[in-house]
Design a protein around this ligand. Sequence first.
Ligand code: GLN
Length: 484
Amino acid sequence: MHDMTMAQQAALLASGELTSADLVEHYLARIEQHDARLNAYLAVDAEGARLAAAEADKRLQRGEAGPLTGIPIAHKDIFCTTDMATTCGSRMLENYVSPYAATVVDKLQAAGMVTLGKANMDEFAMGSSNENSYFGAVANPWQENRVPGGSSGGSAAIVAARLASAATGTDTGGSIRQPAAFCGITGIKPTYGRVSRYGMVAFASSLDQGGPLAQTAEDCALMLQAMAGHDVRDSTSSVLKVPDFSESLNENLAGLRIGIPDEYFAQGLDSDVGDCVNEALSVLESAGAILKRISLPNQNLCIPAYYIIAPAEASSNLSRFDGVRFGHRCENPQDIDDLYTRSRGEGFGPEVKRRILIGAYALSAGYYDAYYKKAQQVRQLVSDDFTSAFAEVDVIAGPTTPTTAFERGAKSDDPVAMYLNDLFTVSANLSGLPAISAPCGFADGLPVGLQLSASVNQEARLLNVVHRYQGLTDWHRRMPDAVA
Ligand code: GLN
């Protein structure tokens, strides 16, 4: 069953050839078999999943089901759930059970999806390797000594190892796309505001965006359809009507203008990764697309700008974890300062502390203009580059990441090397644009991701291009041997 895509499973559920109960038992058994090695799940709610599956099967029998009814998923542990803890990969929230559920969780539940459990992640979504989780690193199912990427590494490993049909993730600087690339699956970061952030623990509020990770663009389209839409509880959520993402999946690519930025194929890009991406571009060209060289002149400023803005917003957002209202509280505080200091000192891990320090520094009087304000100005330049580019092309293509998945521990002591993983992904967040990563080959047995970005609200276009590409290739159908 797990070798099917979500859309294929949905068709069998609809025709009655498969039940949600069977599907859930199948994945629970797979989790039992494989997750001790992968550590991709932080919590599994077998009982809750069985109950939801029974409910979904009734809905299916009554003919009241939608395309997602009965499909088992995992939620990144950044999405608040009321029946399981929401740890955000942190000791700070180790025992936190939210009194309310995230809008994304509610919407997918209303669509009939069955939650199997919560996915491991980098602490507070800060990281590119999932080694920053308080609950231990996640293994990449393709080679278990490699990282799955981050911060939605648990979600990506779960989908790649077929321990759920799909998963939710969040992307602040690449955390859906980079792990999707490292794990050989498809993941889309929607336009900023397309998906409600309500109940999604905040990292950097002007960049954070939730989205799906699944095997295919078709599956992502189904998930995004249910996740997207205006939410009165998130004032930044878009009021625009959500298009029918599945309807346009098959549109012809003839005449599609694909921009290839010179800056994406420059220094820092592993040549094997570049070869796979070029091969994918030829496939798109043979399908009728027109390739056009373009330039994004401020691309080299994206990482420095992001690593000021994201920590600045994080330092503000994470001030709520003070030992009083949320999460971890130290033993026997002597006074209020001691309570704050020790609760935060014990509750947060090293990368989170590093971000809080960088952010507080960048926002402090005297440095604000030099760092934060400057970074915001750069952000505008980056955004302007895209506006100019999208006057000439429909989508922009390139690699999702400069390399394939690296070995665990390889970059743990070098934060800057770690941050460079996000070289090609952060610009979409800085500009609020949608971007997708899809599998486009292998280098030394490890998956390579093709990234496509488009103008705001053009998710349908991205899903369409990747769907057509996936009709011509089978990289997205490959499964790691160890979990086959
Ligand atoms: N790797 C980036 C970071 O560490 C992106 C994280 C994310 O998108 N949540 O900030």
